[in-house]
Every structure is written in C-alpha cells, then in structure tokens.
Design a protein around this ligand. Structure first.
Ligand code: ADP
Length: 587
C-alpha cells in the first residue's frame, strides 16, 4: 500500500478512536454527574420524609403513614416507600403494600439496613423503566426502625444524555470529516518528499549518479536528503576515480610492448593485454575466462604457468610459438598476489625476442661468412707461397706470375677488410648519431663519384652520362653519399655490357631528392632482388670474385642511405640492365 494511504489511514483511524474515546468519556462523566445530582435530590427528599414521619408517635397505624407517603409522593413526584427492618413494605406512594413482596434483599435496602445511605439503579418491572433508588435508615433509640426509600425514573437524565449523545456524534462526524481533509493534507505533506526521495534513490540505484534530491524543509528528511546527495556525490567521485584508474591501467597495459597475461589459480585467463594477444595470436575478448590449455596450444607455456602456480616463485624460460610466423618469446612467470599477499594465480610477462634471435643468427652467419671470405684469398696465398717455396721462385717467369697472383689476393683481402671496416664504422657512427648531415650540392657528389671510375669505364668503353641540376642541394653527408654512389657506379660498370652507357642522375622530387644509377648490363633476376643488399650476397659468386667484388658494396650503400634516413631500391630486367634509386627525404 502506498505510504500516503498508510499515513492517511493511520491518521484517520487514530482520530476516530480519539473521538470515540472522548465521546465515551464525556457521556460517562455526564451520566455520573447527573446520577449524583439525582441521588442528591433523592437524599434530600428522603431526609425530609424521614423528618416528617418522625413526628408520628409510635404505634401510628400503617394506613396513616401510607397516606402521608402518597401525599408526599404526589407533591414531590417521587415514589417513596417505607420498609420495616424485616423487609416488609410498610407504606408506598404508588403501590398497595399488600401486593408488594419482601424488599429486604434489595441492594439499597440492604445498605440502609447496614446503617449507610444505599443507592441502586435498576429496571423497575412495575414502572417499566430505569429507576434510581435511594434508601436511608430511620433510627429510633439507636436502632434502625425502618428504611425510607425514594425513587425517581432516570428518564430525564436519559433524555438529556441522548441529546448530548446526538450532539457528540454529530460533532464527531463533523470533526471526522474535517479531519479527513486535514489528514489527507498532512499525509501528502509527509509522503510527498519521501516519494520524491524514493524516485531519486531509484534513479541512483539504476546508476544515474547525477540525480539529486530536492532538500525538503523538515529537519530529519532534510538531513536524509542531504546525506543521500552527499553519498551520491561521493559515489560518483569514487566511481570516476576507479574508472580513471582502470582506464590508466588499461592504457598502460595496452601500450606495453611486453605481453602481460594473468591467470587465476585454475590457470584460467583473467586478463591479457594487446601485446600478449598479438604474440599468442588470440582474441582478448574470446580468451578471457577460458583455461590456458584450451586457448594457448603451446605446451611450454602451459608448463611454465603450471610451474609458476605450483612453485609460487618466479620462473623464466624461452619458448617458440609457431603461428603465422615463428616467434621466440622470453617468458617470465611470477605469482600473482593481492594486497594482503593472498595468492590469486600467476602473472606471465612475454618478451618478443625474435628480432634479437634473428640478429644473433645474422651475426653468427656474418662471422661464418667473413671467415669464409677471408679463407679463400688466404688459401690462394698459401698455395702460391708453397709453390714458390717448392722451387718455382727459381724460374723468374713463374715467380713473377705467382707474385702477381699473390698481389691480387692481397688486394682482395685488403678490399674485404676495407669494406668490413667501412661497414662497421658506418654502423657504429649511425648507432651513436655521429654522421653529420649538412646542405651540400648533389651534382658535385655525383660528379666526383663518377670521376673516380672514369678509367674503369674507359676500359670497358662505357660512357657515363651525368644529369643533375647544378643548384640541387640536399642535407647530406657528402663523403658517404659519394662512396654510396661510387659503389653503384662501380657495379654498373662491372656488370654493364661493354660499349654501353651508364646514366647517373640527380633530381628533386616531391619529398626530397632522388639519385639514379642505371646500366645496360646483365641485370638481376627477380628472385635475387630482395636479398642483394644483404652482406656477402651475390647473384653469381664466381663472376663477382673475378670482378674483384667483395659482396659488401650494396650493404654499404644501404647503410649510408639509412644514415640519410632515405631508401634505396632496385629495378632490373635480366639481360637489359638495372637501375638503382636512392631517395633522400628533405626534412
Ligand atoms: P659485389 O662486390 O659482388 O659487387 P655488391 O654488394 O656490390 O657485391 O653486389 C651484390 C650482388 O648484386 C653482386 O654480386 C651482383 O650479383 C649483384 N649486382 C649488383 N649491382 C648489379 C648491377 N648493376 N647489375 C647486375 N647485378 C648487380
């Protein structure tokens, strides 16, 4: 039931009860008052009659007394009875004593016989109405000689009481009607702010933390509304803080390059960040809540998590994940505990070490390659030395031939060592940002790079065509760029066909400058193109060696271009020629 109606009903019912109680009390008091009044009247009349009867000498015949009583009764409109101590009626104003029964047991008579004033209200069968009887003892010589009883009907009282009653009921009804209205007003006044507060509280409960209560005027309700408003504000603040913290945490986790994976005690995934999802090739939304066994099919990782959960201390291992591509992950597992140190599960951090692994492999391969490259000329040198030692030195022609061969091998060794040094210097300087770039003329660089190979070009009857605007300027390291272009020109001549043309050009582009070196030579098959910038990669080992190549020229070009934050690319058609393009951004 609505609060309004409950309040209203309780107001109304308590008012009715109060009204009824008041009416009853008023009626009761009035009745008592009237009865006392009537009793007083009766007592006065009884006393008067007692005095009058005392005038009769003893032995007066009962008829005389009866007559007196009738006269008295007529005059005072009161029924009077004189009763002897044995209860026999002696005289009566209204009735013939001969027909009346013994009155000794009437309560008022009993009282009077005991020496007191007796009083009683009773329905009189003879008069068919309620009567009040009052009896007093009549003493003669210290003994009770008779009892005088007076009686009056209560009709008058009852009538007036009835009138009063009607008044009370009428007044009560009017009061009740008035109060019905007042109670409605009061109930509304009390219940309306409570209803309003209930509605706001419901909105708060539904999560609308912006909802605020209108503070009602009453002290208690006002305080309640203020407290609830404060609570909502605090809750809003706290939720805001929690949300902000959680967002920050999410941002931190998702921007981490390390994969983070948290599992509970049963190895079910509690959380994983973007990096972990990427490394393990999982969808974070699908993986959450599932066990690690069903989501990650990697026995090593499953074992590491089981070990971490069992041991409760940090565990570290390296695993290989075979997904779209092979990845090497360094995995650290640690126990996951809450603020009180209670164990919640395990936290696993995944580090992608694939690049490191690859670098390691590259480095290992590089060492093997270098050793191999050096071994070839050294073996050749050794062969020459042995041949000379075995007597070839005695023959001047032979000796000259072998010494010539030895000279070429030493040049080769020198070239390899020179290129290796170049590369490592480049790498080292680039790492430490020690390659200064400054505005310089591109045409000048191209001119010097081609000039160095004029002789070699002439030997192969190759014409070098240089095209470059004189005012083309870029932020470059002139010496290094000259070396890079030189290497490309060197290759263009080496792999170019006799009597053809090598074009070297520089031009401004939208984003910076482009330098192109094109030849009309053997060209490169498509499958080799992605690899020719690797160290020691050669399309044709024997040809390269015969031409005095080290297999490092293009690797050096690439490093120099990278130091200029540029790119190098190649286009080639086997049998027709190749064009290498270096692009350097303007920045
Ligand atoms: P090398 O010292 O052997 O020339 P590079 O690193 O300069 O080493 O070149 C790598 C390989 O790329 C060469 O062995 C050659 O096979 C190929 N190459 C480079 N430039 C050209 C070119 N202009 N035409 C054809 N092949 C080329």
């Amino acid at each position: 039931m609505r609060l309004l109606w409950r309040l209203y009903l309780s107001f109304f019912v308590s008012t009715l009860v109060a009204l009824a109680g008041t009416a009853w009390y008023a009626e009761h008091s009035l009745r008592l008052f009237n009865e006392d009044q009537l009793a007083g009247d009766l007592l006065v009349r009884a006393r008067i009659l007692e005095q009058e009867l005392a005038a009769y000498p003893p032995g007066t015949p009962p008829e005389t007394i009866d007559r007196h009583c009738r006269e008295f009764g007529r005059l005072t409109e009161t029924r009077v009875t004189v009763i002897l101590p044995d209860g026999t009626p002696l005289a009566d104003s209204d009735h013939d004593t001969a027909t009346m029964d013994n009155h000794g047991h009437r309560p008022e008579v009993l009282e009077a016989l005991a020496g007191h004033v007796g009083r009683s209200v009773r329905f009189s069968d003879t008069m068919r109405r309620n009567l009040m009887y009052l009896a007093i003892p009549v003493r003669r010589d210290h003994a009770i000689a008779a009892v005088v009883r007076t009686a009056l009907p209560l009709t008058a009282i009852e009538w007036s009481l009835d009138a009063v009653y009607r008044q009370i009921v009428l007044g009560g009804l009017m009061a009740a009607a008035l109060f019905a209205i007042v109670a409605m007003y009061l109930s509304k006044r009390i219940s309306r702010p409570i209803e309003d507060m209930r509605r706001v509280a419901e909105r708060l409960a539904l999560g609308d933390l912006g909802a605020r209560m209108v503070v009602p005027r009453g002290r208690e309700l006002g305080a309640l509304a203020r407290t609830l408003n404060q609570m909502a504000a605090q809750l809003g603040d706290r939720l805001g803080t929690i949300e902000r913290q959680s967002n920050e945490q999410k941002a931190v986790f998702s921007s981490m390059s390390e994969g983070v994976l948290a599992v509970d005690g049963e190895a079910r995934i509690l959380h994983l960040n973007d990096a972990a999802a990427r490394l393990l090739e999982l969808s974070p939304a699908q993986a959450r809540g599932k066990s690690i066994q069903e989501t990650v099919r990697n026995l090593d990782l499953q074992r590491l998590i089981a070990d971490t959960l069992a041991a409760g201390k940090p565990v570290e291992t390296e695993i290989t994940v075979y997904g779209a591509e092979e990845r090497f992950l360094q995995v650290n597992g640690a126990a996951l505990t809450d603020a009180d140190g209670k164990k919640l599960g395990a936290l696993v951090v995944l580090n992608d070490v694939t690049r490191l692994k690859r670098l390691e492999t590259v480095r290992r391969d590089f060492v093997a390659n270098v050793s191999h490259e050096l071994k070839t000329p050294i073996t050749a040198l050794k062969g020459c030395v042995e041949t000379l030692q075995e007597g070839a030195y005695r023959n001047a022609d032979e000796a000259a031939r072998f010494l010539g061969m030895m000279g070429r091998q030493v040049d080769r060794l020198g070239a390899i060592v020179e290129d290796l040094l170049s590369l490592s210097r480049l790498e080292h300087d680039a790492e430490h940002n020690r390659i200064p770039l400054e505005p310089g003329s591109v045409g000048e660089v191209l001119r010097r790079a081609t000039q160095a190979f004029a002789k070699a070009a002439a030997v192969k009857r190759i014409v070098i065509v240089l095209q470059c605007p004189a005012d083309l300027v870029a932020r470059i390291n002139a010496a290094l760029l000259e070396q890079a272009v030189g290497n490309l020109v060197d290759n263009a001549i080496k792999y170019g066909t006799e009597g053809t043309q090598v074009t070297v050009s520089g031009a401004a582009t939208e984003t910076g400058i482009a330098i192109q070196v094109g030849d009309q030579g053997v060209g490169i098959e498509k499958r080799h193109l992605p690899r020719i910038f690797e160290r020691f990669y050669r399309v044709d080992q024997a040809r390269s060696r015969a031409l005095g190549g080290t297999g490092l020229g293009l690797a050096i070009v690439k490093h120099i271009v990278l130091a200029h934050r540029g790119t190098v690319a190649v286009e080639s058609t086997p049998g027709q020629g190749s064009t290498f393009t270096i692009r350097i951004p303007r920045q």
